[in-house]
Design a protein around this ligand. Structure first.
Ligand SMILES: NC(=O)C1=CN([C@@H]2O[C@H](COP(=O)(O)OP(=O)(O)OC[C@H]3O[C@@H](n4cnc5c(N)ncnc54)[C@H](O)[C@@H]3O)[C@@H](O)[C@H]2O)C=CC1
Ligand SMILES: C[N+](C)(C)CC(=O)CC(=O)[O-]
Length: 321
């Protein structure tokens, strides 16, 4: 079976933080976008979020013909997906909700239109169970802000055709992304397993009174966070082993993994821990609004992306390497 990969119309179901990020990215790439979200006031909220992202997208460069006016907000799931060449669902992270939503989407969609879910870690074999033509259904897990960060994890379920995974990766590449095929269907995929481990330890540090949320964020952004934008943990640690490389690093620091540095189970989310995290992050926010911080974050990301791209070019490397 062949799937549509030259797309003109992008459908977005669910237009919260992630859905609006997909809408912004698709509009910036010169596509027509049709969106649906059942919440009252969703259209106005979506247009506001797109407007807040647009400045960064203009700085990055819009595709010919790209316009915020090519967004159409519709009243039903069927209207949203009927003429779509590619469908991206970004509804709340609930298995029952996604199962029912995908049944309806797949009945109304063109049979060769790829259907993707933004889920952070639910299993496609489960929530595409009632879908028609499940062979074209994948996970396309993005990272916030979706309109700037290139990574998208692509995961197939037990009924997904291998060609559909390849086709979805082609579509995401055309949207300026760096798809990563997660070859085994596991909860949390690759990136969220890593992010969750970090976040769990951060919550323990707050819970144990070791550090505030601000101090923990400083430990990330002035250290490992800087190098993570161009080199991952494995290659970084290979260099940390000196000329002897990873084998020496494993011999030196591997045994430390047996020391009780980290906890595996998550801390109990007591009211005190939740308050400490909320109060700590309120202090970090200060007087800045969320939308002002989104624009600040976007500017920082554009600068980092540009710097990494230019430096890779100097070393004869492509951005995707
Ligand atoms: N927020 C994040 O950092 C990330 C979230 N995701 C995933 O994206 C998906 C959406 O998450 P967010 O955008 O963060 O949530 P959100 O809460 O910001 O947005 C969810 C939207 O779905 C709408 N909605 C409610 N019921 C619906 C239904 N039956 N059908 C369609 N839409 C419905 C809501 O009105 C809301 O606008 C989830 O699967 C989540 O795991 C993926 C990557 C990162
Ligand atoms: C917290 N989260 C699991 C929803 C995060 C993601 O899925 C990816 C991201 O943007 O960090």
């Amino acid at each position: 079976m062949t799937f549509i990969t030259e797309i003109k119309t992008f459908a977005a179901l669910g237009s919260g933080v992630i859905g609006s990020g997909w809408v912004s990215r698709a509009l910036a790439h010169g596509l027509d976008v049709v969106a649906w979200d059942p919440a009252p006031g969703a259209e106005a909220a979506l247009r506001k979020r797109v407007a807040n992202a647009w400045g960064a997208l203009e700085k990055q460069g819009l595709a010919p013909g790209a316009s915020k006016d090519r967004l159409r907000f519709v009243a039903t799931i069927e209207e949203c997906v009927r003429d779509a060449d590619f469908i991206q669902e970004s509804a709340p992270e609930r298995l029952d909700l996604k199962l029912e939503l995908h049944r309806k989407i797949s009945v109304a969609a063109k049979p060769d239109a790829l259907i993707a879910s933004s889920t952070s870690g639910l299993l496609p074999s489960e929530f595409y169970e009632s879908s028609v033509h499940p062979e074209r259904c994948v996970v396309g897990h993005p990272f916030n802000p979706v309109y700037l960060l290139p990574l998208v994890e692509v995961v197939g379920g037990k009924n997904t055709a291998p060609d559909a995974v390849q086709a979805a990766m082609k579509v995401y590449e055309a949207l300026g992304m760096r798809p990563l095929h997660v070859r085994k269907e596991v909860p949390g995929f690759i990136a969220d397993r890593l992010l969750e481990a970090l976040w769990r330890e951060a919550l323990h540090l707050v819970n144990d009174g070791v550090a505030t949320t601000g101090e923990i964020d400083d430990a990330i952004r002035f250290g490992a966070g800087l190098r993570w934008s161009f080199m991952g943990t494995f290659l970084t640690y290979t260099l940390a082993g000196g000329d002897a490389g990873m084998r020496h690093f494993m011999a030196q620091f591997g045994p430390a993994l047996q020391l009780p540095w980290t906890y595996l189970p998550a801390p109990e989310l007591t009211d005190k821990l939740i308050d400490d995290v909320v109060d700590g992050t309120s202090d970090q926010l200060g007087t800045h609004s969320i939308s002002a911080l989104e624009r600040y974050r976007d500017d920082c990301l554009l600068a980092v992306l540009e710097a990494v791209k230019n430096t890779k070019e100097k070393h004869g490397m492509a951005f995707s390497e």
